[in-house]
Design a binder for this molecule. Sequence first.
Ligand code: Q0T
Length: 298
Amino acid sequence: MTSSQPLTVPGYAHVYSGKVRDLYAPLDDSGTPRNDQLLLVASDRLSAYDFVLDTPIPDKGAVLTQLSLWWFERLEDLVPNHVVSTDVPDVVAGRAVLVKRLAMLPVECVARAYLTGGGLNEYLADGHVSGIALPEGLVDGSRLPEPVFTPSTKAPMGEHDQPMPYAAVEAEIGAPLASRVRDLTTAILARGNEIAAERGILIADTKVEFGLDGDDVVLADEVLTPDSSRFWPADLWEPGHPQPSYDKQFVREWLTSSASGWDKASGEAPPDLPEDVIAQTRAKYVEAYERLTGRTFS
Ligand SMILES: CCOC(=O)Cn1cc(-c2ncnc(N)c2C#N)cn1
C-alpha cells in the first residue's frame, strides 16, 4: 500500500485524501483556508482489487483530469458543474482543478447501461437491481434496455459502498432531489455512451456525485473517467463472461498471473508492477483520452 504523505501544494492546505485523489483548500491572504473553493488533485495512483498499488502510472492523473474536463464541457447543456478554473500551481499542473465548494449530496449516484459487478449479483439473486425488475435471461455484460439508476451509500475509506434503495435516497435528500439526480445520472451515462460508442468504447456504468450551490444541483467530482466508470473496448464486447477492462486489463492479468507471485485471496498487498505493464497501462489511458476527445495528449 502507498504510505506517502500528501503532496505540499504552495498556497493550499491539504484537506482529504481518497484512494487516488486528494483535496486541498486554497489559503486566503492571512493563510486561513477558504471555504468557498477546493483544489481537486488527481494522483498517478492506480487502484486494483481494492488495493492502491505502490507503482504509479505516469500521467494517469493528468489524462483523467483532462478527460473529465472534456466531459464537463459536453454535459453543460444537461447540468452545470463545479469547475472554477484550471489555473493551478505548477506542482499539480494538468492534473488539478479548482472547483466551487458545494454542499455534497450523501449519495453515490451510479447508473448502469450494462449489467456486471454488484448489479449483476443483485440481479442473479432476484431478477432486480436497486429494486427495479429487469428482463429475464440477462448475463454478465448484457446491455440493459436503458440506463438504470443504482445508487449507493458513501462508504468510509477502505469499505465498500452499499446499495441504497431509491426510497432511502428519497428519505435522505427528499423526493424532488432524488428524482432530479436519478434523471441526471442516467442522462449523463446515456450521453457518455452516445459519444463513446462512436469511438469504440462502451461505458458499462458510471458513478457521479452532485452537490448543491444554493438550490442548484451541480455536477461535482470527476465525470465519465475510467476511474469512475467501467470502460470496455466495444470490439471485444461479448455478453456471458467478464468483459476485459479498457484500462486495467494489463494490471489485472499480470497481478493474477503466476509471474506476479501474488495471491489475490491472500489479503496481502500486491507487488510492484513491471515496467512493461506500467507502460501498457499508461498507453491505454492516453489512447482512451485521444480516441474520445480527438485531442493529442501532451
Ligand atoms: C479525494 C477527492 O474527493 C472526493 O472524491 C469526494 N469529495 C468531493 C468533495 C467536494 N466537496 C465540496 N465541493 C466539491 N465541489 C467537492 C467535489 N468534487 C468532497 N469529497
